[in-house]
Design a protein around this ligand. Structure first.
Ligand code: HXC
Length: 277
């Protein structure tokens, strides 16, 4: 789908790049010539991923241990990364989430998710944004959100609040920083199974099957489909797109929203009965 040199010369920083979606995006960006910097909380996971991706793709990658909830550590680490070379693209991928009845959550549980999703993402965006602005460089921010950033969702309320904030930040800064050559977009993925998310969000196989196939296309997303969208939004080929969120969920959220979508469950006999009424 893309030319192999599409991301040549681009330095791309991915939070939570050691595993899951972040790791997959890192690999694809490297295959297309991107120079990767991944960060995350677990040094051993990051180092192993960096080693494997370098071997698999022959590309360039470095890893920095970083807890994005810590604003001082964010500034220090982004500063150190910048010393090695300025970043062109920031991918805000790191997230925290679990399924729980909201009335059972402690304030620490609320903070555990919101501090990663909302605060961490905004610390990272500001740390890169202020450097781009100081240096008069172009910048590009791609954030992973979810469709419940705008629909809301029961049982993942701190995540919904955090992701809604990230979407508001994306649109707001697209306006404020557009004149400075910085663009910001988001991707809202549906069911793209990963070990980290599924172990926290889907209690058993039956629910996983239901969640992955209830969308109009009847299947979970393939990771290459999500990676290709991320590549497009990260690349200069999408330079006129900013402040946008692209949903990639097989039609899942609109499938749950349309008033008469139950029509898909009607039989031929049901449709015949409806005729002429
Ligand atoms: C209720 C919970 C809980 C749970 C933790 N807590 N897990 N409460 N149900 N399942 C509470 C703890 O009891 C504690 O409160 C407080 O939260 C902090 O917990 P810690 O374990 O100390 O926090 P921490 O180590 O920072 O862990 C953060 C985390 C964890 C968010 C809770 O799950 C994490 O690190 N996740 C990162 C990876 C991740 O979540 N990936 C999936 C993202 S998927 P008390 O009061 O007891 O001290 C995603 C997209 C979803 O976001 C959309 C697509 C499906």
């Amino acid at each position: 789908m893309f030319q192999n040199d599409l991301l040549n010369g681009k330095r791309i920083l991915i939070t939570g790049g050691g595993s899951g979606l972040g790791r997959n995006m890192a690999r694809r960006f490297m295959e297309l010539g991107g120079q990767l910097v991944i960060c995350g909380r677990r040094e051993d996971v990051l180092d192993e991923t960096a080693k494997q991706l370098a071997a698999e793709t022959g590309g360039s990658i470095s890893a920095h241990r970083l807890d994005i909830r810590d604003p001082e550590a964010v500034d220090e680490t982004v500063g150190a990364i910048w010393q090695e070379g300025p970043v062109d693209i920031l991918v805000n991928n790191a997230a925290g989430n679990f399924l729980a009845r909201t009335e059972t959550l402690s304030h620490r549980a609320l903070d555990a998710v919101i501090n990663i999703v909302l605060h961490g993402t905004s610390y990272m965006t500001l740390a890169c944004g202020k450097r781009w602005i100081e240096e008069g460089r172009k910048g590009n921010v791609l954030s992973i959100v979810t469709t419940y950033a705008w629909t809301g969702s029961a049982y993942v309320v701190p995540s919904a609040m955090g992701k809604a904030g990230v979407l508001a930040m994306t649109r707001s800064l697209a306006i404020e920083w557009g004149p400075k050559g910085i663009r910001l977009n988001a991707i809202a993925p549906g069911a793209f199974p990963t070990e980290g998310a599924w172990s926290r969000l889907v209690p058993d196989e039956k629910m996983a099957e239901e969640y992955e196939t209830r969308n109009p296309l009847g299947r979970p997303g393939r990771h290459d489909e999500l990676e290709n969208l991320a590549v497009y939004l990260a690349s200069d080929q999408s330079e006129y797109i900013t402040g946008e969120v692209v949903t990639i969920d097989g039609g899942d959220w609109i499938g749950g929203a349309g008033q008469f979508n139950y029509g898909a469950k009607l039989s031929n006999a049901d449709w015949e009965k409806m005729k002429g009424k």
